[in-house]
Design a binder for this molecule. Sequence first.
Ligand code: SAM
Length: 322
Amino acid sequence: MSSAGPRGVTSGPGKARAADADDAGATGALSSHLRQVSLARLAEFGIRPKRDLGQNFLIDDNILGVILAQLECRPEDVVLEIGAGLGVLTGALAAVARHVHAFEVDRSLEAPLAVTLQGDPKVSLHFQDVLKASLEDLQPPPTLSASNLPYSVAGPFIIEALQRLPGVRRYCVMVQREVADRMAAAPGNKTYGVLSVWVQLYAKIVRVRPLARSIFYPQPRVDSSLVVLDRLPAGQLPGCSTAELRAVIQAAFGQRRKTLVNALSAGLDLSREQVLPLVESLGLPADVRAERLAPGQFVALASSWAISESGAVSGAVSDHDA
Ligand code: SAM
């Protein structure tokens, strides 16, 4: 990955800023202070928030205290933050963690971030799209994650991170309420889908609280929620190969109007005759749709498919040998 290591020390008008961020994180007080600092930083660098990158910056100190309280960061923890923005959350995290990896795709935020973070050696800034990053190569490896997630990144990041970062025990994330709804949706709910299945296979989800639009600048047009995801113990995680599970979940929800049998047949390039026994072996009716299956049933499907595939392969080999 093209990651940058800890940034060099930058001098300048923001000299006092790192201490400000630390104080905000440590005390959660002075609720108008962060607003002034964030707005001043935007003005100072002539930055207009970019809607397409989901730039709604935090301007409320109290929320920093809430995030830190939920995160339960220990001094040895390494925190992964997606979307450093102006660095206010980054600075608060660095004040309590051993190290922080902060991703930011917008290069125009490099200068304000340097001022905010003052070359803090505990922070590695990675100026790249997190969805293209080799998360598993991060050193030191993350043990926690805390972010004010942009809408387009939230679902894909969480799905990837849950599978690729086994060392992250807790995620404390701000997301649009609709994303929180999808994470927590039960089978049969209209928002139940790919994100719900992955999140619920890997984590216990707690919707901590709704977030007022006024804690962001500019104010978003939609509501947001603070969500905590706690990774399930290893013994409760999916036992089958992630590649097969991915293929099954993608295929199952790829064509929501179709029955599960038809969707799997189209998505996995199998005949109906091959798929039907897999579905029926779970005690499911032939006309069931993907949104009716509990997360664990996708694991059972993927495992049965893997077994039938290996049977087909070994059958083919022994036929050939014969
Ligand atoms: N953490 C800051 C805060 O709370 O004030 C900023 C949060 S803002 C909601 C989201 C940030 O994510 C923006 O700074 C945006 O540029 C960044 N971002 C958007 N897409 C990204 C991506 N694909 N990879 C990394 N950062 C991204």
